[in-house]
Design a protein around this ligand. Structure first.
Ligand SMILES: [Zn+2]
Length: 481
């Protein structure tokens, strides 16, 4: 019924216990069209003639590059071979006994290297023949220093599922990954065992991505070939000064200078270091330069002032533009008609309903409440042992904001409204220092560190070097097509 080049398995009888793992069999469909697929569900028999002279090297599924073991468990595609994955708690020999001619089947097993293990021990646990164990061990030793095996690493084995119960196991292949980039594998060949070491080689290169906003920063930078991790980190360096979703408009320019890790094919994988990010907007050019100090690394503007990303600071007006101050901080404010003292212990910023309200600094949501009078819908953020801020009269809260959740400076924590005792859309903003309200506008608030003295001098050298590096950097060019 099928040509000689076709491999056919027919499974016609199965025990209940088998049915489970047989269902995990995947047919090898080399030269088979979809129409020729066989039914699964019984004892295995096969077309002997087609088996003869068949190249079984495909039995081993080589995994190259960065794939992790968990990926190997993904369903095999149509070009893959049938194999059975051993079910936990099942005895492989007894399960396979009833299967007629399962020589085609591979049993995949996983082990985790334990403390005190060596490869011989691990292989012995798989029940392999002693001579094979020694041969595999020396093959691996040729490509990988076995003293470097680390506890916790997973190792996978493909075993010949056709061995008789009680007979030594027969390894078809094994593989493990000493690092994200290295894969070691062993395959049974006609001349014994062959070990391979596949290394994904990354190239490091100084690169500069610069472009014009056509859509938004994320999309445009992605289209150039920057991975999400770099884009996210670039945005982070500007977190307090620029809202990338709002402040940046079509036609604005951006530049990101970074150390790129690339695949051999030139695909940018990530960046261990972003040196510089600038956005050139109608509101002016905003730049940050990376500066490494003994105990911290941060981003600073041209004038050596640190961006908020790495130090605590508070905003005087924690809301999106446009807004205007409608009522200042005034602890002795008198009611215009009654003349009674009605202290105003915060600042009011009038803004349109729905205007974004930001956390004024890094901290935790201490309270999220709704008062029918007074503050209305309001949020309290505790920043540290000294500062706490309050945001009142909100129209609503963002969906995911919860009491206890960590917030970053600039993160949206609510929207302007006029809930509670309020006569119009505005944000009532209070800062408490050691439990007492202070004037958010006139008080000296914690600001990002500004470098001084020798630190400043070092920074200015780094800054100028960074600007010079721009000329040596390889431009990121958008992939064609
Ligand atoms: Zn107020």
């Amino acid at each position: 019924m099928l040509a000689g080049s076709v491999l056919l398995l027919t499974i016609s009888t199965a025990t209940t216990a088998q049915a489970d793992w047989i269902s995990t069999l995947v047919r090898y469909e080399r030269n088979l069209t979809a129409a020729n697929t066989m039914a699964v569900g019984g004892a295995v028999s096969q077309d002997q003639s087609s088996r003869r002279g068949f190249d079984f090297s495909f039995l081993t599924r080589r995994v190259k590059g960065k794939k992790s073991l968990s990926r190997i468990r993904e369903p095999l595609d149509e070009n893959d071979l049938m194999f059975a994955e051993q079910h936990v708690g099942m005895n492989m020999s007894s399960e396979l006994r009833a299967v007629e001619r399962p020589a085609m089947l591979e049993l995949r097993k996983y082990a985790t290297i334990a403390s005190g293990d060596n490869l011989v021990k691990i292989l012995n646990k798989q029940g392999l023949a002693r001579s094979d164990v020694n041969a595999i061990n020396s093959a691996v030793n040729g490509v990988f220093d076995l003293t470097k095996l680390m506890p916790g690493w997973p190792m996978s084995f493909n075993l010949d599922a056709s061995v008789e119960p009680g007979a030594p196991g027969r390894l078809i292949s094994l593989h493990f990954e000493p690092s994200e980039t290295i894969t070691v594998s062993v395959e049974r060949t006609t001349e014994g065992f062959a070990a391979h070491r596949d290394e994904t080689v990354y190239i490091e290169e100084l690169m500069v991505a610069s472009g014009t906003i056509r859509d938004n920063f994320w999309k445009d930078a992605s289209a150039m070939g920057l991975p999400g991790s770099i884009i996210a980190n670039a945005i982070e360096t500007h977190r307090c000064t620029t809202d990338f979703s709002k402040d940046i408009q079509i036609g604005d320019r951006f530049t990101v200078l970074f150390d790129a890790r690339l695949t051999e094919e030139g695909k940018i994988v990530d960046s261990p270091k972003i040196h510089y990010v600038s956005v050139d907007t109608r509101g002016g050019k905003r730049e940050v330069f990376r500066f490494e100090q003994k105990n911290s690394t941060g981003y600073f503007d041209r004038d050596a002032k640190q961006s908020c990303a790495t130090s605590f600071s508070l905003m005087k007006a924690p809301l999106a533009r446009p807004y205007r101050m409608s009522s200042p901080f005034n602890p002795r404010r008198k009611h215009p008609i009654t003349g009674k003292v009605r202290p105003h212990r915060g600042v009011d910023y009038a803004a349109a309903k729905g205007t974004k309200i930001f956390a004024a600094g890094d901290g935790f949501v201490r309270a999220k409440r709704t008062h029918s009078g007074g503050y209305g819908k309001h949020v309290i953020v505790k920043h540290n042992g000294i500062y706490q801020t309050l945001y009142a009269h909100m129209s609503r809260f963002p969906k995911n904001l919860r009491v206890g959740s960590r917030v970053k400076k600039g993160q949206v924590i609510g929207y302007v409204g006029t809930t509670g005792s309020s006569t119009g859309n505005h944000l009532h903003y209070e800062i408490k220092k050691y439990g007492k309200q202070i004037d958010p506008v006139k008080s000296k608030l914690p600001r990002g560190q500004k470098l001084a003295g020798s630190a400043r001098k070092s920074f200015l050298i780094v800054r100028d070097n960074t600007l010079n590096m721009m000329d040596d950097a390889k431009p990121v060019v958008a992939p064609k097509g």
